[in-house]
Design a protein around this ligand. Structure first.
Ligand SMILES: [Mg+2]
Length: 215
C-alpha cells in the first residue's frame, strides 16, 4: 500500500497570499503585535505551532489559553469573511482535484491530507475548491502543532492499521520537505518554494506525477 499524503495550502489550494495576511491581522487584533510572516523562521510551521511560539513571547501563562482561543476565532472568522467576500479567490492549484481523484481510484493507494492549518479553515478551503473533506482521511493543525505528528495521524487514519509499503508527501514549503525527511517519506515539491530534485510547478501533469509515484 502506498500512502500519498498532501499538504493543503500552496499544495492543493492556492491560498498562500491571503493566508499570511489574515493570520497577521488576527494576531494584531488580539495581541497588538506585528509578527514575522516568513514562516520558515518558526520551529513548527502550523497554525497552532506558530501561535505557540508567538504566545511564548507575548503572553503570560494565565492569559495564554484565552488569547490562543481569541486568535484562533479571529483567524477563522477573517478567513470565512474573506472567502464570502471574494468568491473565486480560493482556487485549486491547477490539476489538484483531478490528481486526487485519480489517486483515490487506484486500489494500491491511500490518499490523505496532512495540513498545518486549523480544521475549520482547512475544511472551508477544501470545500471552496470542490473537495469534500469528510470523504478524505485528514489531520490538521487542530490535532497537533508539530507537522510530523499531523502527518503520522493522517497516515494512521488512512491506513486503519494496515502497513504502508511506501509513503509520499506533497508539499510546497521547506518545512514540508524537512518533515517528510524526518518520517522517511518520499517528498514531491509543488511550486517553486523548495529546492528539491522532484518538483512540479503545479499538479496538471498527472501522467508525469503518477509515473513518479509508480501508480
Ligand atoms: Mg503549504
Amino acid at each position: 500500500m502506498h500512502v500519498v499524503s498532501f499538504d493543503i495550502d500552496g499544495t492543493l489550494v492556492a491560498s498562500v497570499g491571503f493566508d499570511a495576511e489574515l493570520y497577521a491581522e488576527a494576531v494584531r487584533e488580539v495581541l497588538g503585535v506585528e509578527i514575522d510572516t516568513d514562516w520558515s523562521r518558526y520551529e513548527n510551521v502550523t497554525d497552532s505551532g506558530i501561535l505557540e511560539e508567538i504566545l511564548d513571547k507575548h503572553s503570560s501563562p494565565d492569559q495564554r489559553d484565552r488569547l490562543a482561543q481569541e486568535v484562533h476565532a479571529s483567524f477563522v472568522g477573517r478567513t470565512e469573511r474573506y472567502a464570502a467576500e471574494n468568491p473565486g479567490f480560493i482556487r485549486e492549484v491547477p490539476g489538484a482535484l483531478a490528481l486526487v481523484e485519480a489517486l483515490r481510484k487506484s486500489p494500491q493507494v491511500r490518499v490523505c491530507l496532512a495540513t498545518g492549518g486549523w480544521a475549520e479553515t482547512a475544511t472551508l478551503k477544501l470545500r471552496a475548491i470542490g473537495l469534500e473533506p469528510s470523504a478524505l482521511s485528514m489531520a490538521t493543525g487542530s490535532d497537533a502543532s508539530r507537522r510530523t505528528d499531523i502527518m503520522r495521524l493522517a497516515e494512521s487514519r488512512a491506513t486503519q492499521g494496515l502497513k504502508a509499503t511506501r509513503r509520499t508527501y506533497f508539499g510546497d514549503g521547506v518545512w514540508d520537505k524537512r518533515a517528510a525527511g524526518e518520517l522517511g517519506y518520499d517528498f514531491v515539491a509543488v511550486g517553486n518554494g523548495v529546492d528539491h530534485d522532484v518538483v512540479f510547478s503545479d499538479l496538471q501533469d498527472a501522467d508525469a506525477i503518477l509515473s513518479q509515484l509508480g501508480v
